[in-house]
Write a protein that binds this ligand. Structure first.
Ligand code: SAM
Ligand code: SF4
Ligand code: SF4
Length: 341
């Protein structure tokens, strides 16, 4: 089968597979509510079924896969899925995790064929970590990061969501820490994705302001080589240290967006802001295999016009969050922690 293009000529090169909607943290920008509606347990795809969907995606051009969640390391024996996916000979098989359980698992995951890992960390201060995530888990997270650097040297990145007035005073500390560790840090703008029910425009630290501050503190910041497939733009400080900036809120990159997202119960979303996913779980349960699923994916992607973040940016009333918590309770697939970030 041929690579599929959407109506803006964007290929489907990359798939984010959310393996669970559960999480052991409650980050304020992702899961700020007390109660959530969880996906039905008996609808969660088994590893063999997830692999079948990924195989289908490869038939229409997908080459890169990232496992995410919720917290993907909560899914028991995740290494088995990694092993199955590694056999598909993808260009890149990566994982995004909060790192809390990484120290115990990263070596097995690397042996199973994981290429790279990205770990989310927004603060180095225990008290602030507790406030931001509503859990006391900075120590295991840092241990997980150190173990990852040992197991996957040169293949570990750190994601930091910067929020104005919350953790933007730690930019320099985080950069210095990442430099010592030998990891590249990527600063992500706070997005008003579904699930970010406490989002407000005043909490966004625009990438332009971040770069201005870094310029002031460290001398001229230069542009560094940037991969066309990654959402982050890379920069270099005078010291030679490189870092990334994902300006998803103030300068979205929908024009080159080549990614789809699969929920743990088999809903395929062609945009992070999409309200409805294509249900691949039901056909899978009815016995369809990769070729049939590939046809479904092809049809959906070929009709794609999504430019969610650009449309949000263009809205004059963009002040409060996108969707209210009570709406998400009846449509849990739309949550960021279900779609996978
Ligand atoms: N639990 C894992 C983790 O935190 O790395 C994987 C899933 S999480 C949904 C994936 C990424 O989405 C994380 O790096 C997180 O920081 C990011 N994220 C979640 N909500 C966000 C928001 N409102 N704005 C920007 N990034 C967000
Ligand atoms: Fe935080 Fe990731 Fe859990 Fe969301 S899914 S609450 S970003 S750890
Ligand atoms: Fe892609 Fe949608 Fe994100 Fe734009 S908003 S970059 S189209 S997922």
């Amino acid at each position: 089968m041929q690579t599929v293009l959407d109506l803006h000529q964007r290929p489907l090169r990359s798939l984010r597979v959310s393996v669970t909607d559960r999480c052991n943290l409650r980050c304020s920008y992702c899961m700020p509510e007390e109660e959530y509606t969880w996906l039905e347990r008996d609808h969660l795809l088994r590893f063999g079924q997830l692999t079948e969907v990924v195989r289908a995606a490869t038939l229409v051009g997908t080459r890169r896969v990232r496992l995410t969640g919720g917290e993907p390391l909560l899914r028991r024996e995740l290494w088995r899925l990694v092993e199955q996916l590694a056999a598909l000979e993808l260009e890149d098989l990566a994982l995004t995790t909060n790192g809390v359980h990484l120290a115990q698992q990263v070596e097995t995951l690397a042996q199973a064929g994981l290429d790279r890992v990205t770990i989310s960390l927004d603060t180095l201060r225990p008290e602030r970590f507790r406030k931001l995530t509503r859990r006391d888990a900075l120590e295991p997270t840092l241990a997980g990061i150190e173990a990852a650097v040992q197991a996957l040297p040169g293949r570990v990145k750190i994601n930091t969501v910067l929020m104005a007035g919350v953790n933007d005073d730690e930019v320099h500390d985080l950069l210095a820490w990442a430099q010592d560790l030998g990891c590249e840090l990527r600063f992500i703008e706070y997005m008003d994705v579904e699930g970010a029910t406490r989002w407000s425009a005043s909490r966004v630290l625009p990438a332009s302001e971040l770069l201005r501050r870094l310029d002031q503190a460290h001398g001229p910041v230069e542009a560094a080589e940037t991969s066309t497939s990654a959402p982050a733009r890379r920069y270099r400080l005078g010291s030679g240290q490189t870092f990334g900036v994902v300006a998803s809120t103030t300068a979205p990159f929908c024009g080159s967006c080549d990614r789809a997202r699969l929920t743990a119960d088999g809903h395929l979303f062609t945009c992070l802001y999409g309200a409805e996913g294509l249900d691949l779980g039901a056909p899978l349960r009815a016995g369809e295999g990769a070729p049939e699923l590939a046809r479904r994916i092809r049809t959906a992607w070929a009709a794609r016009t999504d430019r969610g973040a650009e449309e949000r940016l263009a809205r004059p009333d963009r002040e409060a969050s996108l969707t209210e918590a009570h709406t998400l309770r009846s449509a849990p697939q739309r949550e960021m922690h279900t779609k996978g970030g």
